[in-house]
Design a protein around this ligand. Structure first.
Ligand code: NAP
Length: 489
């Protein structure tokens, strides 16, 4: 398979927060990989901007070190690294003050190229940055801004943030990143659904028993304790990542693969979601790892609050009230310090309406698994005859398409979500970015769940590190005579 790299137009990408964790760990290493792939045009520039005083050489050294640390096993030669580092500029700037803006303006003046401003800073600074970009005449109708999550912490704050950005930028200029949407398999989900005749006719409540979405992490809150404790799994994962996956799996076929057609359909799904009943949710908080408490502390120790009521795990059942999905439950779960790192969507089809075989053959269901990580790929479980004599016994076998196996070395060379999304910003393609109304609708669905917990003083149930979460999550399934699919490590 030949990988096709289409160069993008010349661009200037300003990264506010260019010295921060996200910039050093994801954005700049990702840009370097795109540079090595030949996608960055000759005269493209990346301009780091943050308060720390340093010169261009200092910033270049910082990013050299970041690439060495976070791009460890990516093969490249010194000339490539030097070539990329040569594209880097740095401006010491204060988002809240006047320092550095004249210098940035000078750097950006007189260039005829795509201008993108990545707000890789706390959302509290989004308004200041947007305002100053306008004040200093750096934002025209063609400029793009990229904003990171979290986009608000509830409907009210998200609306306020949208209103602030809307004062300075049109919606067509705003790129709200949810890096899950940049994952190869997520886009493959659309290819599988809308590129094959095989699945779409079965993609409804008549044939689908239920759908599960699991995003399990083995890590705990790590150094993000302070931030995470104000957020929790519902805000940090469900409102954005899981919700986006749910939209893509459940949406109607858009008329075209274009930004607004896709985002209109996603929005309809969110708006059709039923409110979640309290007994359809399980909330948990991880415990310390036995005998290893020093290295793997429990949630409350990790966040430094012995009485914290923030959840590190949530599992829930919801329904989509529309013609396609009425009666098909969607089960979502996500958590930290779980048994394996895995993101997977599972579509469990119904049994055949009538079995022609004896009872010994058992009843079977087709299961379609879409793995986002690890081993990105798609598996369809098909029922066949167990080989050998002894009558008709049925067995489920997987039709497995692990991308690395099916597509060969080039196909398995996955482009990281950030790389893809940044290149989409430069191309001006908003399909894989969340629109303001989508984000608000997602908060409108999430808010009552969180408010319910707060009103009831709900305490999340403890669960063992390295487990599948609290027993309540299994109970949620058991009550429906179903069970969570084992997620692959
Ligand atoms: P971080 O490590 O704390 O970096 C923040 C950056 O903002 C630093 O470069 C900091 O540099 C700069 N900054 C702070 N105040 C500033 C000001 N007044 N003017 C100009 N620059 C200022 O944070 P991060 O982890 O990179 O996260 C950045 C954003 O991405 C946040 O919104 C976060 O929620 C989001 N995010 C992060 C991750 C992740 O993996 N890190 C993942 C998803 C989303 P100076 O101190 O030198 O000014």
């Amino acid at each position: 398979m030949v990988s096709r790299v289409i160069p993008v137009d010349p661009f200037d990408l300003v990264i506010f927060g260019g010295t921060g964790d996200l910039a050093r760990r994801k954005i700049l290493p990702g840009l370097f990989r795109r540079f090595c792939a030949g996608q960055m045009p000759e005269n493209a520039r990346v301009i780091g901007a943050a308060r720390t005083e340093m010169d261009r050489a200092g910033y270049q050294q910082m990013i050299r070190e970041a690439i060495a640390e976070f791009n460890g096993d990516f093969e490249h030669d010194k000339a490539q690294l030097d070539g990329f580092i040569d594209r880097l500029e740095y401006v010491a700037i204060d988002a809240k003050g006047e320092d550095g803006w004249a210098e940035l303006q000078k750097l950006m003046a007189g260039t005829e190229r795509v201008e993108a401003y990545y707000f890789s800073v706390s959302p509290a600074l989004f308004g200041d940055l947007a305002e100053r970009l306008q004040q200093w005449g750096m934002a025209d109708a063609q400029s793009r801004i990229v904003v990171e999550k979290p986009f608000g912490r509830d409907l009210k704050t998200a609306q306020a943030l949208n209103a602030t950005l809307a004062k300075y930028f049109d919606e067509s200029q705003i790129y709200r990143i949810d890096h899950y949407l940049g994952k190869e398999t997520v886009q493959n989900l659309m290819a599988v659904r809308f590129g094959n005749m095989l699945f779409e006719p079965l993609w409804n409540s008549q044939y689908v028993d239920h759908i599960q979405i699991t995003v399990a992490e083995t890590v705990g809150v790590g150094g993000r304790g302070e931030y995470y404790d104000k957020s929790g799994a519902m805000r940090d994962m469900v409102q954005n990542h899981l919700m986006q996956l749910l939209c893509l799996i459940a949406m109607e076929p858009p008329a075209r693969f274009d930004p607004d057609a896709v985002r209109d359909e996603k929005l309809k799904v969110i708006r059709a979601l039923d409110p979640v009943l309290p007994h359809h949710i399980a909330r948990g908080q991880y415990q310390a790892e036995p005998c290893n408490e020093a290295e793997q502390p429990g949630y409350r120790t990790a966040v430094g609050d012995p009485r914290s009521r923030t959840e590190s795990f949530v599992a829930l059942k919801t329904h989509i009230s529309n013609w396609r999905w009425a009666g098909t439950p969607f089960y979502l779960r996500t958590g930290k310090r779980m048994a394996a790192r895995s993101s997977e969507i599972t579509v469990v089809f119904k049994e055949t309406p009538h079995s022609i075989f004896t009872e010994d053959a058992g009843r079977h269901r087709n299961v379609l698994s879409i793995r986002l990580q690890p081993n990105e790929g798609i598996t369809l479980g098909v029922t066949i005859k167990e080989p050998g004599p002894g009558g008709m016994r049925l067995v489920d076998v997987p039709l497995d398409m692990t991308f690395a196996d099916a597509l060969g070395p080039d196909g398995s060379e996955q482009v990281d979500a950030y790389e893809r999304l940044i290149m989409d910003v430069i191309r001006g393609n908003q399909t894989l970015f969340m629109r303001g109304d989508e984000v608000e609708a997602a908060w409108a669905w999430t808010d009552p769940i969180i408010q319910g917990w707060e009103a009831r003083n709900d305490v999340p149930k403890p669960y063992d590190s390295g487990s599948d979460g609290p027993t309540d999550a299994n109970e949620l399934m058991r009550r429906d005579q179903r069970q969570w699919r084992e997620y692959s490590a």
